[in-house]
Design a protein around this ligand. Structure first.
Ligand SMILES: Cc1cc2nc3c(=O)[nH]c(=O)nc-3n(C[C@H](O)[C@H](O)[C@H](O)COP(=O)(O)O)c2cc1C
Length: 385
């Protein structure tokens, strides 16, 4: 694992190690993948100003909702994590506990939220996809609370499934008809195939109980039929009133949506374009972050994800206004590249890189990092002539 020096190296190895349909599902974006590319391009355009000889040794810890985490980043909710590597969710939950970072269990995770909560100690959060049936939403929230989870993110940016063309090309769609190509894909990735055989193919344990006793394919169809495609702020208000813990609204890009989320009593806003998986024409999350910052004030928290691949990217997000950041693919690239050890390496790389960039910037802590570190060109000397 130590030979992998960055998240991109882990992604390259992951791509070789898992079947093409699993890789396409993990790595892909929607449409022509403009949203995916834009996240990276716009992040790379954010330049930071280093200041040396400040005599500081940086502190990377960050406080969020009365908890001080060892790092200012967490593991974003990722559905079907077991597809990328069997046991990935639990390996990451254990790392969240050991490393003092939050991990968000998805409604459609392939590990039960109760099991993630147990493995993550107090560091598990829950992500809710609102169902058409209020009783399912209520039950999921009751279960999360009973499992000791105190922070929930309700995701609002999936009114319909994204246009995931890689999944269509790989025939990773319903009705799922495994053919020769699928068999070849699995057979040529023996480590993944064996691990999956040992573990069983990934399901949707959080939701299985609501669909009755059905096969995996029917369960997947049931879940798709549950997407609440007419979600409104009244629904989010109901969820706010039901959930006794801290609430974030995830998937916000428009400042006016951020204001609405706070108006119905959310404790924070999670800026995200779902890692470029929902809208080809979506703005880069880093640009939306800067716009949303202006409407999030006081105690409300501003969280961001989408495209972050290094501690340096996280510092860019901090300078543009994030209180805390998340990443999705990086941790699952790690797990796909090397199981539990690969996942641990991803956390280690991000933590080390964050420490390095704070030192490079001469910034004493994540808390202190702000727009003073943005290189906006105004410090450049006038060009002669
Ligand atoms: C494979 C995969 C599955 C995802 N599943 C969910 C999910 O179940 N719920 C959710 O709110 N977001 C989901 N997301 C979005 C992530 O929570 C996060 O917003 C995104 O991955 C951030 O971008 P990044 O992967 O570039 O870090 C998923 C992302 C990926 C890559």
């Amino acid at each position: 694992m130590r030979r992998m020096s960055c998240i991109q190296d882990m992604a390259l190895r992951a791509k070789r190690r898992i079947p093409a349909f699993a890789w396409g599902y993990l790595d892909g974006g929607s449409g022509e993948e403009g949203g995916l590319r834009r996240n990276r391009d716009r992040l790379e355009a954010v330049l930071l100003k280093p200041r040396f000889c400040t005599g500081v040794r940086p502190d990377t810890s960050a406080a969020l909702f009365d908890v001080t985490y060892a790092q200012p980043f967490g593991i974003a909710p990722v559905g079907m994590g077991g597809l990328m590597w069997p046991g990935a969710d639990l390996a990451l939950a254990a790392l969240a506990k050991a490393g003092g970072i939050p991990m968000v269990a998805s409604t459609v995770s392939s590990t039960a939220l109760e099991d993630i909560a147990q493995a993550a100690g107090g560091n598990a959060w829950f992500q809710l996809y609102a169902s058409r049936q209020p009783r399912i939403n209520r039950d999921l929230m009751d279960r999360a609370w009973a499992a000791g989870i105190r922070v929930m993110a309700v995701t609002v940016d999936v009114p319909l499934a994204g246009d995931r063309r890689r999944d269509v090309r790989n025939r990773f769609i319903l009705p799922f008809r495994p053919g020769l190509r699928f068999a070849w894909d699995v057979a040529t990735h023996p480590a993944w195939a064996l691990a999956t055989l040992r573990h069983g193919s990934p399901g949707f344990p959080n939701l299985a109980r609501y669909s009755g006793d059905v096969d995996g394919q029917t369960l997947t169809a049931f879940i798709s039929s549950q997407i609440k495609d007419d979600l409104s702020w009244d629904d989010i208000r109901d969820i706010r009133q039901t959930w006794p813990g801290k609430l974030l609204v995830k998937g916000i890009l428009a400042p006016e949506n951020a204001a609405q989320a706070l108006a119905i009593g959310a404790d924070g806003v999670w800026v995200s374009n779902h890692g470029g998986r929902q809208q080809d024409s979506a703005p880069a999350a880093i640009d939306a972050l800067a716009a949303v910052r202006s409407v999030v004030a006081g105690d409300a928290m501003l969280v961001m994800d989408s495209g972050l691949r290094s501690g340096e990217d996280m510092a860019r997000a901090r300078v543009m206004g994030a209180d805390f950041v998340f990443a999705g693919r990086p941790f699952y690239y790690g797990a796909a590249a090397g199981g539990a050890a690969g996942a641990a390496r991803a956390v280690e790389l991000l933590s080390a890189d964050l420490k390095r960039i704070l030192a490079q910037l001469g910034c004493p802590s994540w808390r202190d990092l702000d727009r003073r570190w943005l290189w906006d060109g105004r410090d450049s000397p006038e060009k002669p002539g």
